[in-house]
Design a protein around this ligand. Sequence first.
Ligand SMILES: [Zn+2]
Length: 465
Amino acid sequence: MIERCFILSFREKKTRRVVALTEKMVVEGGAGDGEWEGRWNHIQKFLERPGPFTHPDFEASSESLQFMLETCKVLIIGAGGLGCELLKDVALSGFHNIHVVDMDTIDLSNLNRQFLFRLKDVGQPKAEVAADFINTRIPGCCVVPHFKKIQDFDETFYRQFHIIVCGLDSVIARRWMNGMLLSLLVYEDGVVDPSSIIPLIDGGTEGFKGNARVILPGITACIDCTLELYPPQINFPMCTIASMPRLPEHCVEYVRMLLWPKDKPFGDTVGLDGDDPEHIKWVYQRSLERAAEFSITGVTYRLTQGVVKRIIPAVASTNAVIAAACATEVFKIASSAYAPLNNYMVFNDVDGLYTYTFEAERKDNCSACSQVPLDMRFSSSSTLQEVLDYLTESSYLQMKSPAITASVEGKNKTLYLQTVASIEQRTRPNLSKTLKELGLADGQELAVADVTTPQTMLFRLSFTS
Ligand SMILES: [Zn+2]
């Protein structure tokens, strides 16, 4: 069992801390407040006796519960649809030391499913309101909120946690978190030190579909190993949109992509704004006409807005299922009583209910976790633009706004950077230059920074003839 070394190491780490803590508590005279007789009966049944599904190395004891209540520190990323569910599930499972990070404030449209928020909370930071709610409702639980971006914290912050759970709706943020945990790994002679591993439990939902996965960074498949599973935004083939529409969405896309730029209904310079009701109304009317032409039904104002703004409706029950699966994994890993999910669970109740698990495989040359220098093969007459396109379009890399630097004649040179306007302007002419003209050589290292990872990635450029 590949993760066994990790589980044993986690348990050992845990036992040491619990022993130290027990000694301290004897001196201080007992456990904290908020406890009552039988409060953790339901949890104790799993931890204090073996069962048919317990881990082969399981040893029944009361230490696991103590570890969960007193020591184990869980970080929950996101306090939205998944985050609210996660906070509730993890807190009620006996974890008392929880941190939550979320950069958003509460919107009225959140209230139907983000059940820790009330009307009076609209406009307030999600993390703070969610933490207050849990702390008030669940005695002894201490949720520490952070109204910030994950990128605002460095490795010393992340290193303090035993387990990290992601309830995010952004692939970029997930990849960044994945990269951060990979950067914390300590390697000795090419072998990862299991005590440096912080498990990442990742939940994701989209409408009626969801997934939960367990990532042991450096051991099991990471987010970037399976990047192809996140397809680029759903786009319909242009030929379908232009000549053979079958779905109401095709009609809206036709108006959005072809009619709007041609008719310019609100003037030459006005782009389509999904938040402007006049714009949506125009697109809706034209879409209806298009639909009538092809006898397609189902074009509504709501659908039009959904297609234009690319809204995927959030479904409360999907969030509940996925969060429960993630919280169960937190419990299994923290207690070491059960083998964690290996390693990817898919849930789909679009049509009936379908769920299965599979083992996502690590990719030998994963750009994030493989420890293998990455090769980039280009002709010396290729332009920097071609390199940039490769970084953003390759399904394995899917970068967003890569900044490329190289050491040329002993000097560090920024070849292209788009996130700072003045540097973008200065480096833009480089895009049309060839690699040779830029002074790059065969075997040259290129450093690439991107929002998808906290670390700079090194590529070795080899020239094809
Ligand atoms: Zn990987």
